[in-house]
Design a protein around this ligand. Structure first.
Ligand SMILES: NC(=O)c1ccc[n+]([C@@H]2O[C@H](COP(=O)([O-])OP(=O)(O)OC[C@H]3O[C@@H](n4cnc5c(N)ncnc54)[C@H](OP(=O)(O)O)[C@@H]3O)[C@@H](O)[C@H]2O)c1
Length: 269
């Protein structure tokens, strides 16, 4: 049985569906009650309360773990005896460890757990563009800072497919995979791709750094806001690089942002 935390999120929902379709027994974990595919068990637990995970982990062969607060050592203590752990970390754990301390702590705890582990380090998700859903629906505009700085956004469906492969197949133990899309895409190009999927132009509005900072502070702690703005505005070469790891694991190129926009266009109509 495979336990998937974050099971209702952009990555987790696709992962649960992929594993269930492949005939795996799956326990989907999230804090809120949720609809899951037929045959999948759902368990409510909070990673901030590691003991709440325990009933889900009884008899589990593998765990997909996301970074969502809590003490990773206490979480992994509850997962003692689970043979394989796949951690959804973050590119920032490698490129800006002083900012992305929580993913770094999770990585350390997973490495020390004694389980076969694989670490996934994605960069920014294509699904971050859902933040534009309301403004595109209502005014056909999309606002972001650093409109011409490109980053290779990754489709959460690709993260889920990589995770499913790593959870089910041998040969990935001890590896860290950097996950990116196939090419850098700028915010301006992302807005245009959503417009193309809609069949109507979407106007891109470039925010100042300060406007973006104020908006991000509503949903992230200050050090993470600064780290995020640095990645978006002055990315390092590693943050802009296209990684070969999706293709290495799946045997095909990662999906494009245009593909993500076409599949998710309903959110912007
Ligand atoms: N977005 C990016 O650009 C990016 C980049 C690199 C890494 N990441 C990492 O990827 C992770 C997953 O992203 P996503 O887009 O799939 O997330 P998401 O759509 O926001 O979903 C988060 C999932 O985790 C569950 N969850 C949240 N807090 C929890 C807790 N304390 N205990 C148990 N479950 C909890 C949520 O369900 P409930 O609310 O019902 O619990 C939901 O199922 C992020 O958390 C982040 O660490 C994201």
């Amino acid at each position: 049985m495979i336990v998937v935390t974050g099971a209702t999120g952009n990555v987790g929902r696709a992962l649960v569906a992929t594993l269930a379709a492949a005939g795996e027994q799956v326990t989907a974990v999230s804090r809120q009650a949720a609809q899951v595919p037929d045959g999948v068990r759902h368990h409510r637990a909070d990673l901030d309360d590691p003991a709440s995970l325990r009933p889900a982990l009884d008899g589990a062969a593998a765990l997909f773990l996301l970074v969502a607060g809590g003490d990773p050592h206490a979480i992994l203590k509850e997962a003692a005896g689970v043979g394989r752990i796949v951690l959804l970390s973050s590119q920032g754990a490698g490129t800006r460890p002083e900012v992305y301390r929580h993913p770094v702590q999770y990585e350390e705890a997973v490495r020390e757990s004694g389980a076969d582990f694989t670490i996934l380090r994605p960069g920014g998700f294509a699904s971050n563009s859902f933040a534009w859903a309301e403004s595109i629906r209502t005014t056909r505009t999309a606002a972001a800072p650093f409109g011409d700085v490109g980053l290779p956004a990754i489709d959460p469906a690709d993260i889920a497919e990589v995770a499913a492969a790593v959870l089910r197949e041998p040969g990935h133990a001890g590896r860290t995979y950097e996950l990116s899309g196939p090419a850098p895409v700028t915010p301006r190009e992302r807005a245009a791709a959503i417009g193309a999927a809609l069949g109507e132009p979407v106007r891109f509005v470039e925010q100042t750094r300060e406007e973006a900072r104020a908006q991000l502070l509503q949903v992230m702690p200050e050090p993470v806001v600064e780290g995020t703005l640095a990645i978006l505005g002055t990315p390092t070469a590693a943050e802009q690089a296209v990684s070969p790891d999706v293709e290495r694991v799946l045997g095909r190129a990662p999906r494009t942002f245009a593909d993500w926009a076409a599949r998710n266009v309903a959110a912007f109509r």
